[in-house]
Design a binder for this molecule. Structure first.
Ligand code: F0G
Length: 419
């Protein structure tokens, strides 16, 4: 049975485990000591996962935020700003409009740099310190670079970010810049940036903190733990489905790993695992294509385009971890148009929840799946919104109402208001 099966046995610790933690290849099963050398993938080129000899149950968690879940992580604490502990908003009008039993919005835009990337970065930078590296790097559609720059600055480490020229939202570039990252604007899309930064990392130029790095996903697992705990407290049960935007499919992989480990620990039953449901933009949908075709791998899309620049990605590196997650949980994947994304961004804003376009894709996807009859009316659904509205002020201004010029006196304002 594949180690990525929802009902796989808990793994036994190999001799090279460090304090019950090791890296294991998802394809060939080879294991590696986690902190003896810098390594991102297996010698066979497949992806690695962090594995643990002991998996915790619910009563071992205490405190707040990402590090509340340290019993499920490789370290007790890391460089923290602090991150996690994000709201699970109620959106009653949208819930009624979409016609589901319940709808909650897990707003990851409320993290310190405004996206879920902070959860992975608090962990990734802690590992970088353990390894003793002095330069951190990532390719990014923007949010990863903002998080890397902030956490790198906090840890007093040099940071280098590669961005696709002209395709990163203004707020994200501003963050990376002010937090002191060296910003390289690459003539190419995100996938080209990631190819280059992987080459740089292999040559020892920098420590790679994209989600190819298995430790990033350990931090991001905590989204799943927070959702399950909060949802159970409010409704007495776990959600039936979690809908999330997909780019590199790191979050999808992290949530699936979270649920697999809970099942292995006996903390939840396999049939309680929420259906992982991925949403991509129509102009960048290799994961949706693979799910629809029943393919084992994604096809690399060389041309990608969408208003949701955060998920403007044609070669999702974590697909081998995420495709089994979507399939084994009984989930699905769906593509939405830029118009549907903008409409969902307005819907969320109308309930006071400000998100960037990629985040709104989750709600747009849920609407489409309801219309297609793929999501039932009796389902309890959580949509993940991954980044804050202010990340992309241009998209927000475009989607919102235009300011109205008025004269500088009360009478003129009243006249304009038509009163
Ligand atoms: N939503 C937002 C706002 C993102 O920034 C990203 C990824 C995703 C969704 C997709 O998450 O890759 O785990 O499937 N942004 C990366 C970046 C690629 O560079 O900031 P995923």
């Amino acid at each position: 049975m594949s180690s990525l099966s929802l009902t796989a046995e808990a793994p036994a610790a190999p001799a090279d485990a460090d304090d019950g933690v090791w890296l294991e290849c998802i394809e060939c099963g080879d294991t590696y000591a986690p902190f003896d050398e810098i390594r991102y993938t297996c010698d066979c080129d497949a992806l690695l996962e962090v594995r643990y000899a002991d998996l915790p149950t619910w009563d071992e968690f205490e405190g707040r935020g990402v590090w509340r879940y340290s019993a499920a992580l490789p370290f007790e604490v890391g460089v923290t700003l602090p991150e996690g502990d994000t709201p699970l908003h109620r959106v009653p009008r949208l819930e009624e409009d979409l016609g589901v039993e319940s709808l909650r919005i897990k707003h990851e835009g409320m993290n310190p740099t405004g996206s879920f990337k902070d959860r992975g970065m608090t962990m990734g930078v802690r590992v970088a310190q353990e390894l003793g590296v002095d330069r951190l790097a990532c390719a990014s559609t923007g949010n990863t670079s903002a998080a890397l720059a902030a956490y790198g600055a906090r840890a007093d480490l040099e940071t280098l970010v590669l961005l696709p020229a002209g395709k990163v939202a203004a707020g994200k570039v501003a963050q990376a810049s002010l937090h002191g990252a060296r910003i390289l604007e690459v003539d190419g899309n995100f996938d080209t940036c990631l190819d280059i930064v992987q080459d740089l990392a292999q040559r020892g130029e920098a420590y790679l903190l994209n989600s190819l790095n298995p430790f990033r996903l350990e931090g991001q697992k905590t989204i799943g733990l927070e959702i399950l705990e909060a949802h159970k407290e409010d409704y007495g049960e776990y959600p039936d489905r979690i809908v999330l935007p997909v780019g590199n499919a790191g979050n999808t992989s992290a949530l699936y790993k979270c649920f697999r480990e809970l099942v292995q620990a006996g903390a939840i039953e396999p049939d309680e695992v929420p259906k992982l449901t991925g949403v991509q933009a129509e102009g960048a949908a290799p994961m949706v294509e693979a799910i629809e075709n029943g393919a084992e791998e994604t096809r690399r899309w060389d041309e990608v385009e969408t208003i949701a620049t955060a998920i403007r990605i044609g070669n999702p590196v974590n697909a081998p971890k995420a495709l089994p997650g979507i399939r084994e949980t009984g989930g699905t994947a769906v593509a939405v148009s830029d118009e549907e994304i903008t409409a969902a961004q307005r819907d969320l804003a109308g309930e006071g929840v400000g998100v960037e376009p990629a985040s709104a894709a989750s709600v747009a996807g849920l609407r489409k799946l309801r219309e297609q009859g793929d999501v039932d009316a009796d389902e309890r659904v959580v949509c993940l919104t991954t980044g804050h509205l202010l990340k992309d002020p241009d998209a927000a201004a475009e989607a919102g109402a235009d300011p109205e010029p008025v004269p500088g006196d009360t009478a003129g304002v009243l006249e304009h208001l038509g009163e």
